[in-house]
Design a protein around this ligand. Structure first.
Ligand SMILES: C[C@@](CO)(OP(=O)(O)O)[C@H](O)COP(=O)(O)OP(=O)(O)OC[C@H]1O[C@@H](n2ccc(N)nc2=O)[C@H](O)[C@@H]1O
Ligand SMILES: Nc1ncnc2c1ncn2[C@@H]1O[C@H](COP(=O)(O)OP(=O)(O)O)[C@@H](O)[C@H]1O
Length: 302
């Protein structure tokens, strides 16, 4: 018997970042939107814990116990006092170290899949608590849709989304480390008064109405200057998408993936073609949002 779970990537339509806390994390007002790029995580009983990965970025994914999917399986097994004897296979379509929460998606996916495989019967609240221990972004990968994340991003409030948004994503030739981008944020804001992070009401209203123009006017990412400081070439990618008619162009989370909001599917294709022709990025994907959270696709019998 095996169980497969499909989990979406995310873009942060607002990422307001406060000053560094004593524990090194930053308080956030993090408006997550799940987008239609997915990893699939399959778990199958095995002699011992083992992780494999396929996909264009597979060589950048750790296959030891630091993999977030392995950590999720270990966390659930420990709570239930059972052996984590499982083969976790990740079919990876979300870029690695791209600011789209691919590792978090695999953590949430493995957790949900192991819960089903082992008949562990974890409640939604227990699953969310384990997700929050694994990483700030992991709870959102479980729930999907759109949500406001406060605290370090792990305390979620679901948000209403009143329509479909068209997005184009440009993947960069290399990754960016999330801690390094937060450190650069600290360096760039040293000596400045960093305000408390607050969600923008205009942005929440735009999401609720499904209004792409209003959403484009309201998107913001406080980590973007830090990501651009570490990866200046991203400015060319952003300019290319804007010139091709994107309503908004921003760095996704800590980057370096860049995200472009388009008015409709036709405009998204035009933006994607311009990005592909520009040579300013590695690959380009078009998709829509919101996408559902981690979903069990089904299993195969023993
Ligand atoms: C920036 C965001 C935006 O959604 O995502 P990515 O762009 O990386 O996908 C997240 O805050 C990333 O969340 P996640 O990748 O789960 O981070 P974690 O494993 O919890 O933390 C990794 C490191 O990032 C920094 N960190 C993370 C979250 C936070 N609120 N403050 C921080 O300072 C800390 O240096 C921490 O040690
Ligand atoms: N299942 C996983 N998939 C991808 N990366 C993982 C995974 N588990 C751990 N990692 C580590 O997490 C780092 C961040 O990866 P990822 O979650 O893809 O990016 P981001 O935090 O920018 O959204 C990677 O460089 C890798 O070392």
């Amino acid at each position: 018997m095996s169980v497969t779970v499909r989990v979406p990537a995310k873009v942060n339509v607002q990422l307001a970042v406060g000053a560094a806390r004593p524990d090194g994390f930053h308080d956030l007002a993090n408006v997550f939107l799940a987008v239609g790029l997915y990893d699939e995580v399959t778990v199958t009983p095995a002699e011992e814990l083992r992780v494999t990965c396929e996909g264009a970025d597979a060589d950048q994914v750790p296959l030891d116990r630091t993999n977030l999917a392995a950590r999720a399986a270990l966390a659930l097994a420990e709570r239930r006092g059972i052996e984590p004897a499982v083969h976790i296979h990740i079919a990876k379509d979300i870029p690695v170290a791209g600011g789209m929460a691919g590792g978090s998606a695999d953590g949430a996916g493995a957790l949900l899949a192991c819960d089903a495989l082992w008949n562990a019967g974890a409640s939604r609240a227990e699953l969310l608590a384990i997700c929050a221990e694994l990483g700030s972004d992991v709870p959102f990968s479980l729930v999907g849709g759109a949500a406001l994340g406060t605290g370090r991003g792990e305390q979620l409030t679901a948000l209403e989304v009143g329509g479909t948004f068209h997005w184009v994503f440009a993947m960069a030739g290399r990754g960016l480390s999330t801690p390094a981008v937060f450190r650069e944020f600290d360096r760039l804001t040293a000596g400045l008064d960093v305000p408390e992070p607050v969600a923008s009401q205009e942005l929440l209203d735009a999401l609720a109405k499904g209004d792409a123009d209003a959403l484009a006017a309201a998107v913001s990412n406080d980590l973007q200057p830090a990501a651009l400081s570490l990866f200046p070439e991203l400015a060319d990618t952003l300019a290319t998408g804007r010139a091709a008619g994107a309503l908004a162009a921003l760095v996704s989370g800590s980057g370096p993936t860049t995200a472009f909001l388009a008015r409709d599917a036709r405009s998204a294709v035009k933006v994607a073609e311009a990005l592909e022709a520009s040579g300013t990025c590695r690959t380009v994907r078009t998709t829509t949002a919101p996408a559902p959270g981690a979903t069990v696709l089904g299993g195969t019998p023993a």
